[in-house]
Design a protein around this ligand. Structure first.
Ligand code: ADP
Length: 601
């Protein structure tokens, strides 16, 4: 039997009613069987005892009857019925019974209480009929003589001289049953005591069991309602085992719930840290979860979207249409949308597992801005290259045709046209070389042949190479370098190319007699190479785009100078692959300063 802590929790009225009802139900079922068994046993015992007692009483009355007959047998033999009658009267008061002597004809020979001459024939009395047949007979009937229910017992006796006689003994039934009632009463008392004991034991058992069921039910209900800290206080017995099992169940439920919460937190953490936007919907297109990236990409407020319909949150109609189509066809769909807040977004819509015949959806949004921009740049680049190639090619074609048409033999125009063709071929060669260089730089994220480079020597070498071009325009190209500079780690060819591009531009875009200065200095563990000129300068509007491929302030002037529009883009890439950067300051009509900043090795 489990033991219970006394009222471990306060009882609410409903619980009290429940326990009372349960108690009475259990009590009724517990007490019914022992009570019925006790009553049945009592009844059977009373009947059996009554029968035994009755039989014993009958036997003793037969004995008495025989004894009495033996006392009067002599009188019968001597034919003294009066004597016999007197004796019977005397014996009657001794034994407390009415005594009757009857001959075989049924005539009453003597009677202890009545005059035989007034008595009717007794031969057909049931006890006499039975005694005539079996030797002994008995019957219970109402005596009209004594006006009460009587027990009659008779036995047959045979005397050689007197013939067959019947000795009958009659006793009021009440006298017999009084003795038997005492037995009934004591058995009834026993039964009542047994039922009371059973009731007491049943009440105790029912109360304990009702309390146990209530305790188990209360804990199970609390656990079902989500209170996973609820525990039973049952110890020992089968209910105790059940209580421990319930506690273990609640404990493991709590652990599973905590584990599920941890897993969900981890999943949400992963989702939140993803660069892709993720939205999960159920089969009704109701949002189950959505991360912040999805909210940013698809431009909705990330707070409280869970539980809302997809169409309430997302404004992109194409996404909504494709979501329906993906769910209906159970196939993956890709939607490209945007710009949303200036960004392009690709949304992959995948159907999830089937729920009630409909499909949940997984929407993954990814930022395709770079891809779109790259695509745009590629188109622009192809268009630019085609354009850059077409112009000199058209010119070359035109001059070649003119030469074919006879100009070749013209002593003045022939060489002049050939010079123009040569110039444009050189232009094309420059363009192709620059394109190759740029493509090499863009395809490699780092410097191919890294070495420790002294920039003082490198700049001096490039400046010396550029001197003739500057002198041609009577420009003063000055070099201002400190005796020593920290070395940089990089590719000498690339760095030479960068400095040479900047000096080439300075010479190109500075009028005759202008001045150009190339210098370098170490500033905060960086080396700054500066190329300054007092040339035409760059308009402020063009400055931000000056490093873009093919961007030129004045296309015809650039082409005239043999420029390709790729020089500065190449400088920018060279600076970047060395971990550095390039910047420009310029004033239109006053000159420009280009700076390449490189990290010290
Ligand atoms: P290009 O081959 O045309 O010189 P770049 O990429 O080297 O191409 O330069 C891009 C444009 O920047 C030039 O066309 C020119 O308009 C401008 N630019 C470059 N350097 C200078 C400079 N030192 N002074 C003025 N404008 C310059």
């Amino acid at each position: 039997m489990p033991s219970l802590d006394p009222e471990p929790r306060t009882m609410d009225p409903v619980a009290v009613v429940f326990r009372t009802r349960l108690f009475w139900r259990l009590f009724a079922s517990y007490v019914a069987i022992p009570a019925l068994v006790a009553c049945a046993l009592g009844f059977l015992a009373a009947n059996r005892l009554r029968a035994v007692r009755y039989e014993a009483l009958q036997r003793s009355l037969y004995e008495e009857s025989r004894l009495i007959y033996s006392l009067i047998a002599e009188d019968l033999k001597a034919k003294r019925p009066e004597h016999a009658r007197q004796k019977l009267a005397a014996l009657c008061s001794c034994v407390g019974c009415r005594l009757t002597l009857i001959d075989d004809e049924g005539h009453v020979i003597a009677d202890s209480e009545a005059d035989p001459s007034t008595m009717e024939n007794h031969r057909l009395r049931p006890e006499i009929v039975q005694a005539a047949a079996e030797g002994e007979g008995s019957s219970i009937r109402f005596s009209h003589t004594l006006q009460e229910q009587m027990l009659y017992l008779a036995h047959r006796a045979e005397e050689p001289d007197a013939g067959i006689v019947y000795m009958r003994l009659a006793i009021p039934l009440a006298q017999v049953t009084t003795g038997l009632r005492i037995f009934d009463a004591s058995i009834a008392a026993g039964v009542v005591a047994a039922v009371l004991l059973a009731a007491l034991a049943s009440a105790w058992l029912a109360w304990r069991q009702a309390a146990t069921v209530l305790e188990l039910g209360r804990t199970a209900q609390a656990v079902a309602a989500g209170d996973l800290n609820a525990r039973t206080f049952l110890h020992g017995g089968e209910a105790g085992v059940l209580g421990v099992a319930l506690n273990t169940l609640a404990q493991s439920l709590a652990e599973s719930k905590a584990q599920a919460a941890r897993a969900r937190d981890e999943l949400l953490g992963i989702l939140e840290s993803m660069s892709e936007g993720v939205i999960v919907t159920d089969h009704e297109r109701r949002i189950v979860l959505a991360n912040a990236t999805a909210a940013t990409m698809l431009d909705f407020s990330s707070s409280q979207v869970s539980g809302k319909m997809l169409w309430e949150v997302i404004r992109e109609t194409q996404v909504l249409q494709e979501a329906e189509s993906a769910a209906n066809s159970a196939t993956r769909k890709l939607v490209r949308c945007g710009p949303i807040r200036g960004r392009f977004v690709g949304v992959t819509i995948s159907p999830l597992s089937r729920q009630q015949g409909a499909l949940g959806l997984l929407l993954v949004a990814h930022d395709t801005t770079e891809a779109v921009q790259f695509q745009e740049l590629r188109k622009e680049f192809v268009a630019n290259v085609s354009h850059e190639l077409r112009t000199p090619l058209t010119l070359i074609k035109g001059f070649v045709e003119t030469l074919h048409d006879g100009a070749l033999h013209d002593p003045q125009k022939g060489p002049e046209y050939l010079t123009i063709i040569e110039k444009h071929v050189a232009q094309l060669t420059n363009l192709v070389n620059d394109l190759l260089e740029l493509s090499r730089l863009e395809s490699r994220p780092s410097v191919p042949h890294r070495a420790r480079i002294s920039l003082v020597d490198l700049i001096r070498k490039v400046a010396d190479l550029m001197q003739p071009a500057a002198q041609k325009k009577r420009q003063a190209l000055s070099i201002m370098l400190p005796p020593v500079l920290p070395v940089v780690s990089g590719d000498a060819d690339y760095l030479e190319r960068a400095v040479s591009n900047l000096l080439d531009n300075a010479i190109k875009y500075t009028p005759e007699n202008g001045s150009i200065r190339v210098s370098a200095e170490a500033v905060n563990s960086k080396i700054v190479i500066e190329v300054a000129d007092n040339g035409i300068g760059i308009p402020p509007a063009d400055l931000p785009r000056i490093f873009e491929r093919f961007y030129r302030v004045d296309k015809s002037r650039s082409r005239e100078m043999g420029g390709t529009g790729l020089g500065l883009a190449i400088v920018k890439h060279i600076a970047q692959v060395h971990g550095g950067s390039v910047e420009v300051e310029s004033q239109q009509g006053k000159g420009s300063v280009f700076r390449v900043v490189l990290p010290v090795a």
